[in-house]
Every structure is written in C-alpha cells, then in structure tokens.
Design a protein around this ligand. Structure first.
Ligand SMILES: NC(=O)c1ccc[n+]([C@@H]2O[C@H](COP(=O)([O-])OP(=O)(O)OC[C@H]3O[C@@H](n4cnc5c(N)ncnc54)[C@H](O)[C@@H]3O)[C@@H](O)[C@H]2O)c1
Length: 397
C-alpha cells in the first residue's frame, strides 16, 4: 500500500510530532510538518539539527547523511500543503474536539487513499474517526516519548478501520525499525492501561503511611528490577501528563475503581509540582535539595514490591482475558514501552499464579474494595492448575 519513498505528513510539531517526523525522515521519507505555532516549528528544526549533529558526532551516521535527513524534513505553513502525503500522523494537543476538527479539515485536503492516523495516548479512535466521511482509513499509531529512542509503537484499529489499512501501517512502521503491537481501541490501549497500577498502588501504599516515596522507589528497583521507581518515573514523565492520563483512563472506563486517581497526585498537579521539569514533584529537584533516603528494611521492601507487582499482573491478566491484545503483544508492550524487566504474564508464572491470587484475595478481604478483585481468568487458571507458558519456556527470554 505504501511505497518505501512515500511522503509522510505530521500535524503538530511539539515533543511527539517532531520526534515522529525525525524517525520517518531517517527511514528515508520526505516529511511535511505543520503546526499552528510558528515558534514550535522553529524549535523542532533546532531540535532536529541538534539531534542529527549528535548522531553524526557519534559516527552513527555520516555528516552527508545527516544533511540529507534534515533536507527531507520540510516545514509547511498551511494544512493544505500536506495534500501530497500518503500517511498523515496527527500529534496535536490531547483534546477530542481539536482532533475531530482537524480530521474533518484533513479529509478535505488529502487524496482519497491517504491514511489518517492519530498519536493520541488515551482518546477513542472511534470518536476521532467519526468526524470523517471515510473512517475506514483512520487509525491510532501511538509512539512513545521520546519517539526517536523508544522502540514500541501501538497500532490501534478503530471499529471502522479497514484491515488492509492498519496492516499496511504496521508493515510501514516496522520498516522504520520500530516494534509494533496491535491493540483494541480501549482507554490507554495496552501500556497506559496496564501501567496504571504501578503508579496507583504505589501512591496508595504511601497514602496509607506504609512507606515514603524513597522507600517505595527503592523497593521496586531492588526487589522488582524496575529501572525507575514509580515516584521517580512520575516526576520524570511529569505529574501533569501522568495525572491527566490516569484521570482520562478512569473516566473512560466508567469510573472503574482499579484506575481511580489519587488526591496525592491531584494536589501535586494543582500546585504545579510537575516533577523534574518544574523543579518539584514527589521529590525536590532544586539546587542543594537533599534527596530523602529509603528505609532499607528488606521485609517491608519485599511486601511493597509484591503488592504492586501482583496488581500489575492482575491488570495484564485481565487485559489478556478481555482480548486487548495477543499474549505476545502484551508482553512486548510492557517490556519495550515502559522498560519492564520482563513480561507480566511470564512474571506471573515465575512467582506462581496461586501466589498472585492469594495476594489479591488477601487485599480484597482486608480492604473490601473492588480495586483488589482478582481477574476471573486468574481464578480459573489457578483452579485448573494452569500457567501462561510451558515451564521449559521460562527464563529463555
Ligand atoms: N508527550 C508524551 O509523552 C506523549 C506520548 C505519547 C503520545 N502523546 C500524544 O501525542 C500528542 C501530542 O503530544 P505532545 O506531547 O507532542 O504535545 P505538545 O504540546 O508538545 O505538542 C502539541 C502541538 O500541537 C500543536 N497544535 C495544537 N492544535 C493544533 C492544530 N489544530 N493544528 C496543528 N497544530 C496544532 C501545538 O501548537 C503544539 O505544538 C497528544 O495527543 C499526546 O497525548 C504524548
């Protein structure tokens, strides 16, 4: 469907749009980039120059190649200038009305066979596509931040998307060196849905006074092998972004208790304690501020890690039960989208499904809250003495 040298259009030249444009240009495409804000486009150009120069300095590409890539990245001042694109990826603000208006406008300027994709993190593809006369050519292509470094891309067919269209997009994005997974059009798709427990349960542990931020971060890194603790990670992502994703996923799942946001993070968001970028978040990043030390109590650390991990595993099992994606794609998504040390279903096998069920049932009995209810699939698999993988497959990855 797509020629290897086809033209790609990007709408929105902010953090994500600029990154996706660079990925496509490195893959050999001519890329048209449009944004309503001139200053953003200038910033994008400076960012490409800087990034490509660095790659040339590190001998990852020749200077000539860097210049060729830069020459393929073309700033456009009108949406109509994107008319020759065969694929347009939209990365404008996360607002359904803005996106729907944009897609209606795009349909008026592009060819009938141009594919229209959204990089939305949490909005419904069906809803975005409903603004188009031809929703068959609309889908989600969700890159992770920074797009140039993160290998995962979630491909999200909407309810009306033509299969040839999303298959062609998958092939194209794979040819850009990315790893694609296919997911259903449900809130948060794979990664932003399953990863909610990593943040939510950790905040809950803090709110109950069981441990402070530093101790919880230490516990998950030490006993879980996670590269960043949940509070470090939320401060890195930005509490504005992370809080909004949590709130959207919760609301769109009809106020599902498992995704309920916390007042702790809402207050940080309201106070503009966004994390690293604002100098304050869960931690204080201002000059001379001392980082708090964890309480390295092994028993406490293991308990914290187990509680958060079992919540994550339960979410992954439920996603699998509800056919959000294949088992393989669920595992790849968490390993490559958020750098988890291993797939959660494999992890479930390793620590034992009966242990995961027991942990959740204990929490459920203690608290009497729906957020701790075990997935029906977990219960059935334990009753049938099943695992997700053959034992011989464990540790092979
Ligand atoms: N930042 C992330 O970590 C991340 C990760 C994955 C997906 N996303 C999604 O990608 C999209 C963009 O996010 P971002 O972080 O790059 O935002 P951003 O704020 O950095 O950039 C958005 C850009 O869109 C432009 N814009 C707004 N309305 C426009 C319009 N009608 N036409 C053209 N340009 C318009 C703005 O001027 C701005 O430059 C969002 O849907 C977001 O949910 C973000």
């Amino acid at each position: 469907m797509f020629k290897s040298n086809c033209t790609i259009g990007i709408v929105g030249g902010g953090a994500m749009g600029a990154g996706i444009a660079q990925v496509a240009a490195i893959a050999g495409h001519t890329v048209f980039v449009y944004d309503v804000c001139e200053a953003t486009l200038q910033k994008a150009v400076a960012g490409w120059q800087n990034s490509l120069n660095k790659l040339a300095e590190k001998n990852k590409l020749s200077k000539q190649h860097a210049i060729e890539i830069l020459n393929r990245l073309l700033i456009k001042n009108n949406l109509a200038d994107l008319s020759e694109s065969q694929l347009i990826i939209e990365a404008v603000v996360e607002d359904i009305q803005v996106k729907q208006t944009l897609f209606t406008q795009l349909e008026k300027v592009v060819a009938p066979d141009c594919v229209l994709a959204s990089n939305t993190s949490s909005l419904s593809i069906a809803s975005i596509a409903s603004a188009c006369n031809n929703p068959q050519r609309v889908l989600g292509i969700h890159f992770f931040n920074p797009a140039i470094l993160m290998p995962l891309v979630e491909i999200i067919p909407g309810i009306a998307t033509d299969e040839n269209c999303w298959q062609a997009c998958r092939t194209l994005i794979n040819s850009w060196g990315k790893t694609t997974v296919i997911t259903k059009d449900t809130p948060g798709f794979i990664v932003n849905r399953i990863a909610r427990s990593y943040y939510g349960e950790s905040i809950r542990i803090y709110e109950e006074g069981i441990a402070d931020f530093a101790t919880i971060d230490w516990a998950l890194k030490t006993f879980g092998g996670f590269k960043m603790g949940p509070f470090e990670l939320m401060d890195f992502i930005g509490n504005d972004v992370n809080y909004k994703v949590t709130e959207t996923v919760w609301q769109q799942f009809f106020y599902e208790p498992r995704f309920k946001p916390s007042l702790t993070q809402k207050r940080l968001y309201e106070a503009h304690f966004f994390g690293r970028k604002s100098g304050r978040g869960y931690y204080n990043y201002q000059d001379n501020a001392a980082m708090p030390l964890p309480n390295k109590n092994e028993t406490l650390g293991k308990e914290i890690c187990n509680r958060v991990l079992c919540m994550l595993i339960n979410e992954a099992i439920d996603a699998y039960y509800l056919k959000l994606a294949t088992k393989e794609d669920l595992e790849i998504a968490m390993e490559k989208g958020v750098n988890y040390p291993k797939g959660l279903l494999m992890w479930a096998d390793e620590i034992g499904l009966p242990h995961v069920l027991h942990t959740l049932q204990s929490l459920y009995n203690d608290y009497g809250e729906d957020r701790y209810r075990p997935s029906i699939l977990l219960k059935r698999m334990v009753a049938a003495n099943q695992n997700f993988y053959e034992k011989s497959f464990w540790h092979k990855k």
